[in-house]
Design a protein around this ligand. Structure first.
Ligand SMILES: Cc1cc2nc3c(=O)[nH]c(=O)nc-3n(C[C@H](O)[C@H](O)[C@H](O)COP(=O)(O)OP(=O)(O)OC[C@H]3O[C@@H](n4cnc5c(N)ncnc54)[C@H](O)[C@@H]3O)c2cc1C
Length: 287
């Protein structure tokens, strides 16, 4: 097996161009599992972890530009105010060791329907920046996932960063698992309320072939939230919102849960997330 560890993005892109089948590795928390279980045997590994610009984030005014290799621990330690939904999701990933190494670039690269970063990125309307020797492109997160473990990237491309709008209202993330830590989601849900545009974004995880949006639930919430006075989310609204989220999911029965359980739990957690995120929206307004 050939192993490259470039120190610059330019060198990495040149290597990916000449070795398009090279498997990128950043934190290695997915890749090493694949190698250890002999599920993948790439001829070439392209280690991106020495490229400093991939492990930095910057404030772009209304958005955060998050380097593909910024580990989850730094996301929740440094960006909890700007990106509360992603920070909450990051806290639920694996163990501290996994969160110290793994990051959003690797989560997107794996494109598992259960990836914890995906629902908050969908809810916030993020864009995935990819690069090759031929240039760069920004991929709308809604267009990024093609199927289980499939994304829209070309073989010569590398994810450089993700552009994520800063929170303009309450955000929440909730995940169902068989225990409180070290679990892949049975299902998960992220919500981002945009108090400025009076809109609501959602993301469903682990309940479809790809992470999904719940468009009808978003419209329902946007038209039923009391933007003028901020009155509380009612139990009826939680129930209707939850039912619309469950209806937008496309779960299957598998070892982690049945489709029916996933729909039921999604309805429950999404209703709660709506209520909590609306409460935080009012708290943000009063500050
Ligand atoms: C014990 C354990 C627990 C886990 N728990 C969770 C969990 O709770 N939630 C969760 O979502 N995930 C979990 N994971 C999976 C994993 O930690 C995450 O998917 C993590 O985000 C992967 O990031 P990484 O940098 O380690 O990726 P890597 O393993 O380095 O790469 C993953 C994939 O992305 C590609 N890739 C990496 N970086 C780039 C890039 N810059 N450009 C293009 N492609 C790239 C690689 O080629 C590979 O296909 C767990 C893994 C383990 C081993």
């Amino acid at each position: 097996m050939e192993f490259f560890r470039p120190a610059t993005l330019i060198d990495a892109l040149a290597l990916k161009s000449t070795h398009p089948t090279a498997l990128c590795i950043n934190g290695g928390t997915d890749v090493m599992v694949e190698l250890n279980f002999d599920r993948k045997r790439p001829e070439t590994l392209l280690d991106l972890s020495a490229i400093s610009e991939l492990s930095e984030w910057s404030d772009q005014g209304d958005s955060i530009l998050l380097g593909a290799g910024v580990p989850y621990t730094r996301i929740y330690q440094e960006l909890a105010k700007e990106l509360p939904g992603l920070a909450m999701a990051s806290r639920t990933v694996g163990s501290l060791q996994i969160r110290n190494k793994g990051g959003v670039g690797g989560n997107l690269g794996s494109a598992s329907p259960a990836g914890d970063a995906h629902p908050p990125l969908l809810a916030s309307g993020a864009a995935v920046n990819v690069a090759s020797v031929n240039g760069t492109r920004a991929i709308d997160i809604n267009e990024f996932f093609l199927g289980p473990k499939k994304n829209t990237m070309n073989p010569d491309e590398i994810i450089t960063s993700v552009l994520i709008p800063k929170a303009r209202g309450g955000q929440q993330y909730s995940k169902i698992g068989t225990r409180n830590a070290m679990v892949i989601a049975v299902c998960s849900f992220g919500i981002a309320i945009d108090a400025k545009n009076k809109s609501v974004g959602t993301g469903i995880g682990s309940a479809g072939p790809t992470p999904l949006r719940a468009h009808e639930a978003e419209s329902y919430a946007a038209t039923h939230l009391d933007w003028a006075n901020g009155s509380a989310v009612t139990p009826e609204m939680m129930k209707e919102f939850g039912a619309l989220v469950a209806a937008a999911s496309r779960p299957i029965d598998d070892v982690r849960g049945t489709a029916a359980y996933r729909r039921h739990s999604l309805a429950v957690i999404s209703g709660r997330c709506l209520k909590w995120a609306w409460t935080s929206t009012q708290d943000m307004r009063s500050k």
